[in-house]
Design a protein around this ligand. Structure first.
Ligand code: FE
Length: 194
């Protein structure tokens, strides 16, 4: 009995990887390392970085000036990864991250991107109507607040440093990290006290 037909995308991927390996662009071991690294990553890493920045001014400065170094300081290997940039939300500025082209995402610190992040609808609408997209997430910003949409690319991956919510005074980093989710790090939602 013949094997069932394989999805065209899988055949294409296999041929592409075979060609990259044949040309010495990438080795099987490098591909394996990358997959393992992303499998192990999760938004909890990004949440930990945000919570640390909320409680440690020196780490906050590092995070904002060199996200990759800040990730390394949290034990994440950034070798061979595109640089990580961190966008600081303020009282007057909110950031929303999108990859308009495909699905570029800071996988080293957030893990795999959610399906909606890769959807054509999010990629187009985040740029055209960011406030509309945010409203659908239940995120309503004050009228005077500027919304800046930032494009993650193959060259630079972005993560948001949201504002620390009121009512968390005196919380330690571990407790703070527990209220930070992936959606906050992309900028579609805002952390709040439970
Ligand atoms: Fe992309």
């Amino acid at each position: 009995m013949a094997a069932p037909p394989r999805a065209e995308s899988l055949v294409l991927l296999e041929r592409f990887v075979t060609a990259l390996k044949a040309k010495g662009v990438v080795t099987e071991a490098e591909i394996e390392t990358q997959i393992t690294r992303t499998d192990r990553a999760s938004p909890e890493i990004g949440a930990r970085m945000v919570a640390r920045a909320w409680t440690d001014p020196a780490y906050r400065a590092l995070l904002l000036s060199n996200g990759s170094a800040a990730a390394e300081a949290e034990g994440v290997s950034m070798a061979g990864m595109p640089p990580l940039g961190v966008l600081e939300d303020t009282e007057t500025l909110h950031h929303l991250v999108v990859c308009t082209l495909c699905s570029c995402y800071p996988r080293a610190v957030l893990g795999y991107p959610p399906h909606w992040y890769k959807s054509a609808a999010y990629r187009a609408r985040a740029v055209r109507d960011p406030r509309g997209v945010l409203a659908e997430w239940g995120t309503v910003l004050p009228a005077g607040m500027e919304v800046r949409v930032v494009d993650s690319t193959a060259d630079y991956r972005w993560m948001v440093l949201p504002r620390r919510p009121a009512g968390t005074e005196g919380w330690d980093a571990q407790r703070l990290a527990a209220i930070v989710t992936r959606d906050h790090l992309v900028g579609v939602a805002l952390p709040r006290t439970p």
